[in-house]
Design a protein around this ligand. Structure first.
Ligand SMILES: *[C@@H]1O[C@H](CO)[C@@H](O)[C@H](O)[C@H]1NC(C)=O
Ligand SMILES: *[C@@H]1O[C@H](CO)[C@@H](O)[C@H](O)[C@H]1NC(C)=O
Ligand SMILES: *[C@@H]1O[C@H](CO)[C@@H](O)[C@H](O)[C@H]1NC(C)=O
Ligand SMILES: *[C@@H]1O[C@H](CO)[C@@H](O)[C@H](O)[C@H]1NC(C)=O
Ligand SMILES: *[C@@H]1O[C@H](CO)[C@@H](O)[C@H](O)[C@H]1NC(C)=O
Ligand SMILES: *[C@@H]1O[C@H](CO)[C@@H](O)[C@H](O)[C@H]1NC(C)=O
Ligand SMILES: *[C@@H]1O[C@H](CO)[C@@H](O)[C@H](O)[C@H]1NC(C)=O
Ligand SMILES: [Cu+2]
Length: 211
């Protein structure tokens, strides 16, 4: 019974960690949810660079959090591997100031990112930069990084999805699966589903055993 309870806790904890995913530009590596509170979501080395517009770009995230704040740090270091690399004169270099996300906030969001407008020294045409998306929610700061090469007048390929979709706009109470921080809607892989179901059934078992 004790082991079962531990297993249950582990499963629910992993679901509760759905956090957010960076959909575009592509992040440094595959999403690892328990690494997301760490620098660059756990990836310390620059990965393949995406060419990205110097002005008029966007990034897209999918969150499991109903309420969040986000901002975008930027580094012009070739291979930034510490938070200090995202600072100038001790201050965070912000490509986008922190803003409060819309509510309800669980869903997919495409947010304009005009790097030129932020006046970052060295973030110019042809520069290699790294952006670090920071999402602040009930479980603290969460991070994802993308390594970029800035290109003036570039248009992001039209096949890159840029939409805002919350459970409030894509479904309603009749078939809503809920959008609480459990993040069950977001980031729960098909392979986790059976585990979740059996966990739920086991929970009933525990409840009965206690009666
Ligand atoms: C980076 O690009 C190379 C060549 O296209 C590819 O083989 C490699 O898998 C990519 N790495 C990542 C982390 O996507
Ligand atoms: C999506 O929502 C964000 C945050 O409210 C907003 O800044 C952005 O312009 C919206 N994007 C689209 C494509 O409507
Ligand atoms: C960037 O610089 C321009 C021109 O110097 C100025 O008008 C603008 O307010 C600055 N923007 C920011 C975010 O500092
Ligand atoms: C930018 O990064 C690319 C790929 O990592 C590299 O080939 C290139 O030399 C870098 N450019 C500069 C100016 O460092
Ligand atoms: C978008 O199109 C480009 C070529 O125009 C292709 O290289 C890329 O893989 C496509 N991306 C997706 C997500 O389909
Ligand atoms: C349920 O959601 C699907 C998409 O997930 C949508 O196509 C369908 O219209 C929704 N049905 C209702 C009754 O909202
Ligand atoms: C919810 O779904 C019902 C049935 O499809 C539809 O009549 C209703 O307008 C929807 N409500 C919202 C807020 O989308
Ligand atoms: Cu979270």
């Amino acid at each position: 019974m004790f082991v079962l309870t531990l297993a249950l806790l582990a499963i629910f904890a992993s679901v509760a960690n759905a956090h957010f995913r960076l959909l575009y530009p592509p992040p440094r590596g595959d999403f690892v949810d328990d690494q997301e509170p760490n620098f660059c979501g756990g990836y310390n080395n620059a990965a393949n660079r995406t060419t990205f517009p110097l002005s008029g770009g966007f990034f897209s995230i999918k969150t499991g959090h109903p309420s969040w704040t986000a901002g975008v740090l930027i580094s012009t270091a070739e291979n930034p591997d510490t938070f200090d690399d995202f600072k100038a004169s001790g201050q965070d270099e912000l490509a986008l100031n922190y803003f409060k996300g819309p509510e309800p906030g669980a869903g997919t969001f495409c947010i304009p990112l005009d790097i030129a407008a932020a006046n970052i020294t060295d973030a110019v045409d042809g520069a290699n930069v790294t952006i670090q998306i920071v999402v602040q929610a009930t479980d603290g700061n969460l991070y994802q990084c993308a390594d970029l090469t800035l290109v003036k007048d570039l248009k992001i390929d039209s096949n890159v999805s840029c939409v805002n979709e919350t459970s409030a706009t894509t479904s309603n109470s009749t078939n809503s699966t809920g959008s609480s921080h459990s993040g069950a809607v977001v980031g729960l892989s098909a392979s986790q589903m059976p585990a979740l179901l059996s966990a739920a059934m086991a929970l009933f078992g525990v409840a009965f055993a206690l009666l």
